[in-house]
Structures are given as structure tokens and as C-alpha cells.
Ligand binder design. Structure first.
Ligand code: FES
Ligand SMILES: [Fe+2]
Length: 248
């Protein structure tokens, strides 16, 4: 990438309060309950990439807190998100991280059958349900937005702007890297770890590149000399660097 096309950092006010959040915000159960609904469930969560589910019938799941999401590509090629709950008695519909269903998703509890677009094809033993309007019992949709190939979902309704609006400052980068063409190295490849800390502590560590020289010597070798954090006018931050031609 051409560094000369990068925006310069917005001027940070001299009197910016850099003291951080008070300590109690990291261990208050009451605040964490608020954060669950107001941040994690009302905000977009990145759940995967369209190329994780390239074919009709491919699906992946995304769970957060007590919510379960199911993202599935329909026969029409459209990617949709639903609560991963059967409309009969709430059984988990898709079990596992990812998979493929040929023609329909069948609930493992009593066998209700859903089309790949989430509509109910029919209950098993339909005669036991009398008159039933199947259109009332499709899977419950979840907000979904695809941005440069990445799938974002949002479990609770919210007035948060679209992903496209919020991440607009990164648009050129994602276009340049052709992110929508990314292919998974393996199905649902990834890694994770559980730490006994508040989630904000992880963000605190990762929101600057100042620590790279000491904490990540191999990254420092790779691009450390040109590493810089940029604060965009919108408040978004990005970090930029070019590969070095020599260590250090
Ligand atoms: S809970 Fe799914 S068919 Fe009964
Ligand atoms: Fe780091």
C-alpha cells in the first residue's frame, strides 16, 4: 500500500482525558449486564465470511452470551441469519460450528422441516396440527449485513448505523485487499482462548501499536519501523505499516 495516500491522524486535543475508565467498570456485575444487552447484543458482531458458506445449504453458527445464531445460504444464493431455534419447541436446529444441508434443515427433536430460506416447509405429522398457517412459523430472522464479504449479525434491534456507514473509513483498504474474495484456509479455522479478565482489558491492550516494539519483537522486525496508529476524523482508529527490508 502506498503510505502517501494514508490520512493523517486527526489532531488529538491537548486536554484529552487519558485517565481511562474507573476500576469498578471492570468488575461490576451490574455494568456487565448492561454491556451484554446494550453493546454485545445491540451491536454488529462479525460472524464469518460469505466464502465460509459458498454453496446453497451451507451454514454456520454464531453464539454469543445466551443467544444462538444460524447463518445459511439459500437456494437463491442469498445469505440469511436466523435464531438457531426451532419454532416448535425451541430446540437447537443446527448443531455444531458449520455444515451443509442438501435441501432442507430438519429439526432433530420432532422433525419439523425448514427450507433453506428459513420458511417452514412443514411439521412432521401435519394432521396433528389441524389448520396451521405455515408462513407464521418460519425461522426468526436476525439482522444481517455483508460488508466486503464479511458477515455481521445483530441479535437485538438497535439504532446503530449500518456496518457500511460505520466502517466507511476502511472502505478503500478492504477494496484494495479484495476482502470479498478471501477464501478460508480450512473450514471454520480459527483460534480462541479464555482469559479470566473483563473484556475491556483485552481492548485496552490491543488498541495501540505503541507496545509492538517491546511486546512483539518479531512483528517489530517485520514492519515495526513504519508502524503508526491513525485516528480518523470519525473516531475510528487504524494501524498502518509497510514490511521492512531488514530486521528491526
Ligand atoms: S422442537 Fe423442533 S420439531 Fe419440535
Ligand atoms: Fe499486541
Amino acid at each position: 500500500m502506498n503510505m502517501t495516500t494514508r490520512p493523517n491522524s486527526t489532531n488529538i486535543p491537548e486536554n484529552w482525558d487519558r485517565s481511562g475508565l474507573p476500576g469498578w467498570t471492570y468488575h461490576s456485575e451490574a455494568l456487565f449486564e448492561l454491556e451484554k444487552s446494550e453493546i454485545f447484543l445491540k451491536h454488529w458482531q462479525i460472524a464469518g465470511h460469505v466464502n465460509d458458506i459458498p454453496a446453497p445449504g451451507d451454514w454456520l453458527t454464531f453464539d454469543i452470551l445466551d443467544e444462538r445464531g444460524l447463518i445459511m445460504r439459500g437456494k437463491d444464493g442469498v445469505v440469511r441469519a436466523f435464531h438457531n431455534l426451532c419454532r416448535h419447541r425451541g430446540a437447537r436446529l443446527a448443531d455444531g460450528e458449520a455444515g451443509h444441508c442438501k435441501n432442507a434443515m430438519v429439526c432433530p427433536f420432532h422433525g419439523w422441516v425448514y427450507n433453506l430460506d428459513g420458511t417452514l416447509r412443514g411439521p412432521s405429522r401435519p394432521e396433528t396440527f389441524g389448520q396451521m398457517d405455515r408462513s407464521e412459523f418460519g425461522l426468526k430472522p436476525i439482522d444481517l449485513e455483508i460488508w466486503h464479504g464479511f458477515i455481521f449479525i445483530r441479535f437485538l434491534p438497535s439504532d446503530q448505523p449500518s456496518v457500511r456507514d460505520m466502517l466507511g473509513d476502511y472502505d478503500a483498504d478492504f477494496t484494495g485487499y479484495r476482502s470479498d474474495e478471501l477464501l478460508p484456509a480450512s473450514r471454520r479455522a480459527g483460534w480462541g482462548t479464555v482469559l479470566p479478565v473483563n473484556w475491556k482489558s483485552v481492548r485496552d491492550v490491543d488498541n495501540e501499536g505503541y507496545h509492538v516494539a517491546m511486546a512483539h519483537p518479531s512483528l517489530q522486525d517485520l514492519y515495526g519501523r513504519s508502524y503508526r496508529d491513525i485516528v480518523h476524523p470519525s473516531g475510528l482508529v487504524s494501524s498502518h505499516a509497510v514490511f521492512g527490508d531488514q530486521p528491526g
